[in-house]
Design a protein around this ligand. Structure first.
Ligand SMILES: NC(=O)c1ccc[n+]([C@@H]2O[C@H](COP(=O)([O-])OP(=O)(O)OC[C@H]3O[C@@H](n4cnc5c(N)ncnc54)[C@H](OP(=O)(O)O)[C@@H]3O)[C@@H](O)[C@H]2O)c1
Length: 269
């Protein structure tokens, strides 16, 4: 099967790519680093996205933007999804697979506003689709500390009550979904254990040898209220990954802070 992966260099995208290749698929990465700007709807060197998708059976969309602005998130996911769906129709792609987030119904705020806009476009679009929702990745601890650390002084962490899952397991599930027929909504995928984000960050710092205070704060608005409630943990009917946060910390999938090049890395004490 020829599978195009939008966002193939991202946290989950690189696992989607590896899983698809390991299962013998012919893979086409779609990212700016491969010359595809999905927000602008452009292929490499002035070619169209539809031309790039010629011969592709399925598109897995795991492109993303890092923002807490609802307007920016909506603009990104609306542009990327509209451009992909248009090119897929023109290019004859038979299945659009999108990754979304467990428990975001009615949370039309911050980053989640873009995810809801994306889901609506995919569900209402003409390309047969499957939407898989997953909980926060274990890797979210790396993403959030890279963005929020205040030098060596302090790492403020929003209240987050999650059931986190390994991005590797989400990547493998997305490839299984791509191999199956379009299903509309797939079963949610959550991790094996309930966790609190601040405790995950403290364990990651201890593991990586970072001595820096971590304080929890309530993130404002509807996004913060959802994160502090149980809704993002998903229901009892969700499928469960097997890799715990502590398994992941000890695995090669976690990049210790001392080996990273982001802001958190530069403030190691
Ligand atoms: N992180 C989580 O905890 C979590 C949990 C559940 C679901 N999800 C969902 O998983 C998906 C991926 O999230 P992630 O955290 O893995 O993302 P990420 O690490 O931020 O990666 C984003 C990817 O999108 C690509 N990209 C960004 N702008 C682009 C553009 N204009 N054109 C083409 N490609 C572009 C990036 O590549 P270039 O920079 O090279 O373009 C990169 O490959 C998102 O839909 C997110 O909502 C995430």
């Amino acid at each position: 099967m020829r599978i195009a992966i939008a966002g193939a260099t991202g946290v989950v995208g690189r696992h989607v790519l590896a899983a698809a290749q390991a299962r013998g698929h012919d893979v086409l990465p779609l990212t700016r680093s491969t010359g595809h700007d999905l927000a602008r709807g452009a292929g490499p060197a002035g070619t169209s996205l539809a031309a790039a998708l010629d011969g592709v059976d399925t598109v897995i969309d795991v492109a993303s933007v890092q923002t807490t602005s609802a307007a920016r998130s909506r603009a990104f996911f609306t542009a990327v999804t509209s451009n992909l769906l248009r090119a897929e129709r023109e290019g004859g792609v038979g299945h659009h697979v999108a990754l979304s987030i467990v428990g975001i119904d009615g949370v039309d705020a911050s980053y989640f506003a873009g995810k809801l806009a994306q889901e609506r476009l995919v569900a209402g679009g003409a390309v047969p689709h499957t939407i898989l929702r997953a909980t926060q990745f274990h890797e979210f601890t790396e993403q959030v500390t890279a963005r929020l650390s205040l030098g060596r002084l302090l790492t403020p962490i929003p209240i987050g009550r999650y059931r986190p899952v390994a991005a590797r397991e989400v990547g493998a599930r997305l490839v299984e979904v791509a191999e199956a027929a379009p299903a509309g909504r797939a079963r949610d995928l959550a991790g094996p254990r309930e966790e609190r984000l601040v405790e995950m960050v403290r364990r990651m710092f201890a593991h990586d040898g970072v001595r820096r205070p971590v304080v929890e704060f309530p993130f404002p608005g509807a996004y913060g209220r959802a994160s502090a409630s149980d809704v993002l943990r998903g229901g009892a009917d969700a499928d469960r990954g097997a890799v715990t946060f502590d398994d992941w910390l000890r695995s090669g999938d976690h990049t210790p802070i001392g080996s990273r090049t982001d802001a958190a890395a530069s403030t190691r004490t």
